[in-house]
Design a binder for this molecule. Sequence first.
Ligand code: LLP
Length: 472
Amino acid sequence: MTHMHVAGAIHADTVTPAPKWLQTPVDVNALDPKLWSRTVTRGADGVLRVGGLAVSEIVDRVETPAYVIDELDFRARAREFRAAFDGWDVFYAAKSFLCTTSARWIAEEGLNMDVCSGNELTVALAGGMPAERIGFHGNNKTVAELTQAVEVGVGRIIVDSLTEIERLQEICAERQVRVGVMVRVTAGVEAHTHEYIATAHEDQKFGLSITGGQALEGLLACHRAPDLDLRGIHSHIGSQIFEVAGFEVAIRRTLELHKEFLDRTGVDLPELDLGGGFGIPYISADRPRSAEYLAGAMEALVRRECRGLELTNVPRLSVEPGRAISGTPGMALYRVGTVKMVDLAEGVQRCYVSVDGGMSDNIRPALYGAEYSATVASRRSDAGPLLCRVVGKHCESGDILVRDEFLPADITPGDVIAVPGAGAYSRSMANNYNHALKPPVVSVRDGELTTLIRRETMADLLALDAGYAPDA
Ligand code: LLP
């Protein structure tokens, strides 16, 4: 697999891109606008600018590695989803990037939020997201998490197993409260994305199977539970999806189930959630769909299916975009430490550019084979393009950040490299491998820089090491 969306094999209207080394080298100073947040430009001095600040100034202030979020772009994408899905409910998937500030932005832009742990819930609430606008996900929520969700009054809990339905009913009964629930189902869709981020095929841990009958059983169990207010069916087919074909199958199968439940109980469920997973461009070959296109296509499919099934009430629809809001507004900044030419074969070399981060701040290439792009951000270059591999500093040969990118042939230690598309699932999946310290997240807007999450320190890590005795 060369890229996460396995282009060509499954998307009729996309073409498998040629390997980078067969492509015509690009202008190394050019920026493909779709990959970058909307305020990004290369200034007259050759330095990348974002949010009205030069990258050189940002790294002077916060050092590298660091994540930079373009606040206005983040907010604009949130608003665009809300406007495009007018009449739907849009839940921002907090797992893609969450801190109290991003929760506040989402609350201010009028979106709802999906969380999938008690700790995410705590941050969302601390950021000012009203509990009733929060949906709580997870295939193994603990009793403590369910209790927290019920006690703070989350709008809905997406139940994922028959065990959980019983557990939640008990928690609600003890407290004499009712809670809104959706039943997460597996629609049996083979979403065309990496196996680890596809979630609607049968053989995986999420949801209740429509085919196997457990989904209907789950709906009936919620219907019988006196303190569960069953709102509807929830389906999430996977991530980094560019086409609506997968959603089409999910829409058909969930609405058939909706109809079956209506026939069995006389209850016309008021809602239907179709999940998130809308793909973003990480490399120039990616062809993302706009929020308007997705909304129009999905709504048309729902209406068509409802007509076919003779459902007179179209349920209220919702979606849960994560990276489509948070991904592109964020970039990661690294400093080049070493540049090494490695012989691949007689007369063929690959240039390895090692930077001061790696799989601890972006595990996606190592985990999913995800592809990224990069540019030298600290200057313009007149040198020709050199095909490079940008790698991290971890003790692991799979510690690759950007598998193939044309960088200027004069790439040199000290240069700052920017990687676009790092707003989603980078900081949120960061780890401390090799005792790496998680980088800070700063936002930029109108020339102002704000720290959203500070850089982790060695003192933070040592504070966890119960055996650490500085003077021993
Ligand atoms: N809704 C549900 C129920 C989900 O499980 C997810 C993602 C989303 C919405 C948002 O998906 P998005 O629109 O951001 O693609 N960590 C991976 C992907 C796994 C995400 C899990 N759930 C990645 O780095 O690509």
